[in-house]
Design a protein around this ligand. Sequence first.
Ligand SMILES: O=C(O)CCC(=O)C(=O)O
Length: 288
Amino acid sequence: MSMLQDDLPVTAREEYFFDLNGFIILRNVLTPEHLAELNAILDNIKQLQPPLAPGEWYGGVHAHSYGGAEGINLQQIYEAGEPFERLIDHPGWFAKVKHFVGGEGTFDWHHGPLFIDENFANLRGPGEAIGIHSGGVDGVTRCQFRYQNGRFHCGQINILMALSDIGPGDGATMVIPASHKSNFTHPDTHAHQMKGGEVRSADGMEGAIEVHLNAGDAILFVDAIAHGSAKRVNPGERRIVVYRYGPSWGNFRHPYQVSPEFLERLTPRQRKVVCPQPPLPRTPNRLG
Ligand SMILES: O=C(O)CCC(=O)C(=O)O
C-alpha cells in the first residue's frame, strides 16, 4: 500500500505542452512497490495453464484482442486487485485528468467529475504492434480535444502507464505531436493504420515519435492525438496499463459491467468514477 498523498495539481508547464502537443509525460508516477504489486498480479495471470485466451474471464477480468498482432488486452483490469483499484484515482494524475476533461460546475459534472470507459493491461511480445489510429481530423466527439473560454473540455484523456521499461526496440507507444489539432489525414495513414489480422505499426511514419518510458512512468494524452506503437523487435514482453477517462455521463466502450463485490471494495471517490450514476431501485413501487 502506498502512503496517502495529495493529488498533484496540473502545472502551467504541463498545461502549455499538453495544449501544444496533445500529451505530457509523467515521470516516476508509480512507486517501485506499487509497480511490483501490479506486475505480481499480471505474473499470476500469465502463469495460467493453458494461457488465458481472448474471450475468457479470470474473475472480473476479460481477455480480449483486436484480432491482429496487438497482443492480449486484459480488460476491466481494475477488478484484478487493490493495486489496480488504486490507479482509478491515483494522486499522480487524478487532478490533472480532471483538469483536462474539465466541465466542473457544468452539466458535464452532473454525476461527478469523471468516468472510466475502458481500462486494460496490454501484454505485447516480439513482432507485435498496434497501427496508427485517431487524429483531430476524425472529429470524433468522444475523443475530442477542446479548449474554450479558458477551460479544457476533452472527451477522453488516457493514462498509459509503463509496467516495464520501454526503450528502442521495445514497441514503444508512438504519437504524432500536435495531431489532435490536425485538419488533414496524414498522407501515409493507409500503410500504418490498424487493420484486423495484419501487423501494422507507426514505425517510419513521418512526424511520429516513440515515447520511451521507464517502468513507473506514464503518458497522459488526449485520445484525439494520432497514436499507435512501434513494432516490438526485442525479446521479452512490453507491459502497459491504460485507463481512459471522460465525462461522468459516459458509457463503457465494451459491454462490461462491474461486479458488486468490486464496487463495494472501492473508496467513495473511486466508486464515483467507476459508477457515477448507480441505478435507481424501483422501490417502493405502486405496482407492487
Ligand atoms: O499500445 C500502445 O502503445 C498504444 C495504445 C493505444 O493505441 C491506445 O491506447 O489507444
